[in-house]
Design a protein around this ligand. Structure first.
Ligand code: OTU
Length: 624
């Protein structure tokens, strides 16, 4: 909402002066941090002084151009820096074209977003991309133009304003590890401009690529082996993902400066959550895996400092789907305030397959806490694959062989395991390492598609975790009405090789129509999802991120407590088994005995223990 104007010139100009003073204050503190960080990253690189000076100029110009409305948002966020910890927060994610035919169409869906209760919308990358395969928009040809099929930059700005007017924050990707191979910088590099050849990792021979590849991992082995691809003129260029996505060379400070410019352009468009794509990969170093290196953190902190000065309302969301220790290493107030929680996501599926919650329970006990001023984004599935990124050491401690367990999970979720409820597809199976990931929609993975009776219960159980373990819950739109895989998505140009498209179906108009009719499959799921979302909004204890894991003494039943600020802490018990399970009274000792289950509204007494139906759960609070 725009700041109410009083109509007096004097009060407006005093606001402007105040803003300027705030800016100067931030510039003094964060500018110094930026100088220090860039110094630590670039040392005596001859390009550093120029890059720093020009970044500071950029910051100043960008702040001048920032609208009064966004500056007002900056002010409000600085007064309430933990805004994203509210129990009212709820995220949604969708593709513009698939969900609404384009950016203007998304605006028309705002009434639905409000109905669902969204406060944050992640719009998958809508920017200009190469024709044909563009990795679903993750090959960006220009950060300042939209794909003309989806709309214009002005449409995106207007969408941001309209969303904000409805209490919904716009989230957009910063695909900053790589550009498309037809980005203007890449084209100049191909044309031989040395300044732009130095924006990418380009080599004339295999000598350096060979040395790097001794220690790097293959990310998209279906596309090309190793980390490099060869161009027509013989040049080898680093491409971690597809051959048309070229990794930027951040060891060149000019690249940092250039990308800071693209970032602030997005900030001034009205982006409030910036999804930092593929953060582990942004720094490369010979003799290492070139993932999660210390400089990757310093770079993110430097981007963060730039943002704190010129667009402080915008927060970073880290997208690191790696070992849980590494995932957590990006989560800091001065680095990425938000992070996906891929461990909870993957272990939710793991527990559903094994009907055994011990790995998930361990993750909640030991790996859930994030530093103050930060939060998880908890999701059930994304537009990507599910990678089994649990820590080997955690599995081994429970007597589970991590390699065999990942194989089992891949088999289980891709229909190679007799009796499995899941209908997922394999993604990037690497015969050299046996590594693979899984793609599919929540409903198909959970058993709807196979007709397993537990399907609906599993979807709700999975989302009940995302909604109750803290941070921001994120719904892949369509999941809330039980949308199935669409194998037809693979038919479109450039998609056949990328099985993730099976899990990216188009807007399910019929299911959405049925959503208000609880006698339909979609309607009964939607009704229960809405109920849980409403409960979350009403109970303070569901905000924030504090969580105490509770050993239920039953390996099929997950337990945790959300302390809450007003003494009404929430006790969650969730049965991952297909049949009724019991939690005995001794496991619940020390909690107020007389309680109400928010989900059913029924009273219960912990001294009787708790019996849960298959995939059943309680959100229990002390009786008032
Ligand atoms: C991200 O995912 C995006 O979410 C994908 O849709 C893109 O294809 C990709 O980047 C390239 O832009 O490997 O399978 O640790 O695992 O960034 C998904 C992070 C991915 C990577 C992750 C990547």
């Amino acid at each position: 909402m725009p700041r109410p104007t009083l109509g007096h010139v004097s009060s407006e100009s005093s606001t402007i002066e105040e803003d300027r003073r705030d800016f100067e204050r931030r510039l003094a503190v964060e500018g110094e941090r930026l100088r220090r960080l860039l110094g630590a990253i670039y040392g005596d690189h001859p390009g550093l002084p120029g890059a720093l000076a020009s970044t500071l100029e950029l910051v100043d110009a960008s702040w001048r151009e920032r609208t009064a409305e966004l500056k007002d948002l900056d002010r409000r966020r600085s007064e309430q820096p933990d805004w994203f910890q509210s129990n009212a927060m709820l995220g949604g994610v969708c593709y513009t074209d698939l969900y609404a035919g384009g950016v203007p169409g998304l605006r028309e869906r705002i009434p639905y977003f409000r109905e669902l209760g969204l406060t944050y919308l992640h719009v998958m990358p809508p920017f200009l991309t190469p024709e044909g395969n563009s990795d679903g928009g993750y090959a960006v040809s220009s950060y300042r133009e939209l794909n003309p099929r989806l709309g214009t930059i002005d449409d995106l700005r207007t969408l941001g304003e309209a969303l904000r007017g409805n209490g919904i924050s716009l989230a957009v990707d910063f695909v900053f590890n790589h550009t498309a191979s037809d980005h203007e910088w890449a084209r100049r590099a191909i044309a031989g401009d040395p300044a732009f050849r130095d924006y990418y990792w380009m080599f004339d021979s295999r000598e350096q690529p060979d040395r790097f590849e001794e220690t790097t991992r293959e990310i998209f082995p279906d596309d090309h082996p190793g980390s490099f691809v060869q161009l027509a003129d013989g040049t080898w260029v680093w491409a971690s993902f597809h051959s048309f996505q070229w990794d930027l060379k951040y060891s060149n400070p000019a690249v940092f400066r250039a990308m800071a410019g693209e970032m602030l352009f997005l900030a001034n468009l009205g982006v409030e959550v910036l999804r930092m794509d593929a953060v582990p990969f942004i720094w490369k170093q010979l003799g290492t895996s070139s993932e999660n290196l210390p400089q990757a953190h310093l770079l993110l902190q430097a981007f963060n400092a730039v943002c704190r000065i010129a667009a402080p309302a915008m927060v970073f969301l880290s997208e690191a789907i790696v070992h849980p220790d590494d995932v957590l290493s990006y989560v800091r107030q001065d680095e990425c305030q938000l992070s996906y929680n891929p461990l909870q996501m993957a272990l939710t599926w793991e527990a559903l397959a094994t009907r055994d919650v011990r790995l998930l329970q361990g993750a909640l006990a030991d790996r859930h806490r994030t530093p103050s001023g930060t939060a998880w984004v908890n999701y059930v599935r994304s537009h990507d694959d599910i990678g089994w990124t649990f820590a080997d050491e955690d599995a081994i401690r429970l007597g589970i062989d991590p390699y065999g367990h990942r194989r089992f999970l891949n088999d289980y979720y891709t229909g190679r395991f007799e009796g499995s409820f899941a209908r997922g597809v394999a993604f990037q199976f690497n015969p050299k390492t046996g590594d693979s990931r899984v793609a599919g929609t929540t409903a198909s993975l959970a058993g709807y598609e196979s007709g397993d009776a537990g399907g609906p219960g599993r979807v709700l159980l999975a989302y009940s975790l995302a909604l109750s373990t803290g941070g921001i819950p994120l719904i892949y739109l369509g999941d809330e009405v039980g949308q199935l895989n669409d194998y037809g998505q693979l038919e479109a140009e450039g998609r056949r090789e990328d099985s993730r498209w099976v899990g990216r179906p188009a807007y399910p108009a019929r299911l959405y129509e049925e959503r208000t009719d609880a006698s339909t499959r979609a309607g009964s799921l939607y009704e229960r999802m809405r109920w849980l979302i409403g409960l979350r909004r009403r109970f303070d204890a569901l905000g924030g991120g504090e969580l105490v894991a509770l050993d239920t003494g039953n390996p099929k039943v997950l337990g945790y407590v959300r302390p809450g600020r007003d003494g009404r802490s929430l006790l969650v018990l969730a049965n991952f088994g297909d049949y009724p399970e019991r939690v005995e009274p001794w496991a619940l000792d020390g909690h107020a005995a007389l309680r109400t289950d928010l989900v059913t509204g029924d009273g219960h007494d912990l001294r009787d223990g708790v019996t849960l139906g298959g995939h059943g759960f309680v959100w229990s609070v002390p009786a008032e």
